[in-house]
Write a protein that binds this ligand. Structure first.
Ligand code: NAP
Length: 253
């Protein structure tokens, strides 16, 4: 897909990896619909993009709320036109071991709330937004691309039952939608980032970060633009569909 003037929606686009995607895709000529929870964060992101000449508009949305997503996509279509691309990037973590026990005594368990909220944002949110974007692409009779942001944790990671399950399921959605939607001219792809320099990782203790970096074959964390580059590749390569790009410096969990 040629990106010039195409409307690309990015969930969780106000900061972190989503914002880096908006910057890269905007520089390549796309027009960005940023969907995120917080209006102030969105306004600040749109302001930064606009000052570098990128056409970006803010849409406040909670991806777990069907009515909110439906309204946001209707607003995008009315204000900008039908979307040609969607990046399901909004995600959260609520890490905990399934069970923490000592001397035969169970001390802690992952709560059902931690399970449900991570599945809701990372997986159900992608389902609702993906369904809305595909509807819009088909009704506008235009080609489209849907990208799911997975994670290296999709292989299964200690303390991340909820997040690993959601990210593995996203990769299954990518394959399923590639098969179901190709007949309408819609391609799909996943990007599974490893450890990337973002606010999330910056909040970790330096010794933990050093430990993580030393385990990566490339011996460093990735940059947000490395992930944005993978997203741009999927959007622009017309023979790519249904597969996962693992962008992780060579690390396997
Ligand atoms: P981030 O900095 O925490 O940004 C996530 C954005 O999503 C935030 O703006 C957040 O809004 C928004 N969001 C959260 N819940 C939402 C909801 N229900 N509806 C709409 N927006 C919502 O995350 P990131 O590090 O850039 O990660 C982006 C994606 O990459 C995630 O899917 C994450 O799992 C994946 N990933 C990241 C890394 C990494 O190293 N950073 C590695 C592997 C995979 P608020 O700030 O207002 O909550």
């Amino acid at each position: 897909m040629e990106l010039t003037n195409k409307i690309i929606a990015v969930t969780g686009g106000a900061r972190g990896l989503g914002f880096a995607m908006a910057q890269r895709l905007g520089k390549a000529g796309a027009r960005l619909a940023l969907l995120d929870l917080d209006a102030d964060n969105l306004d600040s992101a749109v302001g930064k993009l606009s000052s570098s000449g990128i056409d970006a508009r803010p849409f406040v949305v909670n991806v777990t709320d069907e009515a909110s997503v439906t309204q946001a996509f209707a607003d995008i279509r009315d204000q900008m036109g039908a979307v040609s691309g969607l990046v399901n990037n909004a995600g959260i973590t609520k890490d905990a071991l399934l069970i923490k026990a000592k001397d035969g005594e169970v001390q802690k368990r992952m709560t059902l709330d931690a399970w449900k909220s991570v599945i809701d944002v990372n997986l159900t949110g992608a389902f609702i937004c993906g369904r809305e974007a595909a509807t819009q692409m088909i009704e506008a009779d235009q080609e489209g691309v849907i990208i799911n942001i997975s994670s290296i944790s999709c292989a299964g990671n200690m303390g991340q039952s909820n997040y690993s399950a959601a990210k593995a399921a996203l990769n299954a959605l990518t394959v399923t939608w590639a098969k179901e939607l190709a007949r309408y001219g819609i391609r799909t792809g996943s990007v599974a980032p490893g450890f990337i320099n973002t606010e999330m990782t910056a909040a970790m203790r330096p010794e933990i970060l050093e430990n993580i970096a030393s385990g990566v074959p490339l011996k460093r964390l990735g940059e947000a633009d490395n992930i944005a580059q993978s997203v741009e590749f999927i959007l622009t390569n017309d023979y790519f569909s249904g597969r996962v790009i693992e962008c992780d410096g060579g690390l396997r969990l």
